[in-house]
Design a protein around this ligand. Structure first.
Ligand code: APR
Length: 243
């Protein structure tokens, strides 16, 4: 069944597109929960938390390199391209993502907030954050700007379980959510807080709430309209452009 088109979507002054792993699923990037989910195959306590990194940085960096390599073998789909086209037509489209894969940026989408960081950045405790856009394997596993005899391990710039979130990123996202007249949740289970709180925040402030997700989930009740289609199909049908 085609998605009910929001043909008047341009009338909303500020629109937040809040994306999760489901937006990347059709590219071949596994989601976290549900069938084939990453956390069904890997225990995050061994691969995606500070304790694991402190205990075995090689295993953690190997895991993230696997994910980088997998993402590089995938390409953005028609839904990503549609978001870019929407941004070209409307100055008030704000994309807030939980995703760390960078697929939105590869599709030319302007992303205002990466709530959980990125596979394509690393942190040095001395020199801070650095991009690492090398193909798959990290260009450096120890900080090249530190003295070689005491260069620390570089840590993925990702908000892992048990981490504090990046307050500045979340505050910026919250400001955009507060101004949203239309809030579209795309491919997220709404399972992880505080990111999951943005849907409730938008709803409380009177935003029109639209969910794009083939399945029902714990956040679905917050949305007034549910488009039970995959993102690559739902986005072009729901938000017609051109014409
Ligand atoms: N189109 C749209 N949604 C889809 C598609 C698709 N083609 N395929 C799956 N989905 C939906 C699933 O139904 C599910 O509700 O995407 C959602 C993915 O949920 P999760 O795997 O929980 O991913 P996400 O919500 O992004 O997880 C949030 O959890 O592990 C942490 O930091 C990680 O950012 C991540 C956070």
């Amino acid at each position: 069944m085609p998605a009910a088109a929001l043909s008047h979507w341009r009338d909303f002054r500020n629109i937040v597109l809040f994306t999760g792993a489901g937006l990347s699923a059709e590219c071949g990037v596994p989601t976290y929960r549900g069938a084939g989910g990453i956390w069904r195959e890997y225990n995050y306590q061994d691969y995606a938390c500070q304790r694991a990194f402190d205990r075995d940085p090689v295993q953690v960096l190997d895991f993230h390199e696997l994910r980088r390599t997998k993402v590089l073998s995938c390409a953005p789909h028609a839904g990503h391209a549609h978001i870019r086209a929407m941004q070209a037509e409307h100055p008030g489209i704000h994309v807030i993502t939980q995703n760390i894969d960078g697929l939105l940026q590869r599709a030319g989408v302007v992303v205002v907030a990466e709530l959980h960081g990125s596979l394509w950045r690393l942190r040095c405790p001395v020199h801070g954050i650095r991009d690492d856009l090398a193909v798959g394997a990290y260009a450096h596993r120890h900080c090249p700007d530190c003295p070689p005899d005491r260069a620390p391990w570089l840590r993925p710039d990702i908000t892992w379980f048990e981490d504090a979130v990046n307050e500045a990123v979340f505050e910026h996202a919250a400001m955009l959510v507060d101004d949203a007249e239309l809030f579209v949740g795309i491919g997220t289970s709404g399972a992880v807080w505080p990111a999951a709180g943005f849907a409730e925040r938008a709803r409380q402030r009177g935003a029109r709430m639209v969910e794009i997700n083939p399945e029902n989930n714990e956040a679905s009740a917050l949305y007034g309209q549910h488009i039970r289609l995959p993102a690559s199909t739902a986005l072009p049908e729901a938000f017609p452009i051109g014409g």
